[in-house]
Design a protein. Structure first.
Length: 80
């Protein structure tokens, strides 16, 4: 599970066994977890984050979208 980015207490990563899904990023903090789509940033799943924190995560994904997409395509290739 390659870690792509760390911001404050958040870890941004993807699973190496998910190349057939659209580009996305998983974000964890403590026992909380969320998944965001990357091409058109949007929440895919949420386990435990509050609405306020999800807004923060959405902003962070948008802010780092280019880096996250580059990491996805570098790892999985452009045909994912």
């Amino acid at each position: 599970m390659p870690a792509v980015l760390r911001v404050k207490s958040y870890r941004f990563y993807f699973y190496s066994h998910e190349p057939n899904e659209s580009p996305h990023i998983h974000i964890d903090r403590d026992s909380l977890s969320a998944k965001f789509w990357l091409e058109e940033v949007g929440l895919a799943t949420n386990i435990g984050f509050s609405d306020k924190e999800l807004q923060t995560l959405h902003s962070l994904v948008k802010e780092h979208q280019k880096i996250l997409l580059e990491a996805w395509y570098e790892y999985f290739g452009n045909s994912s």
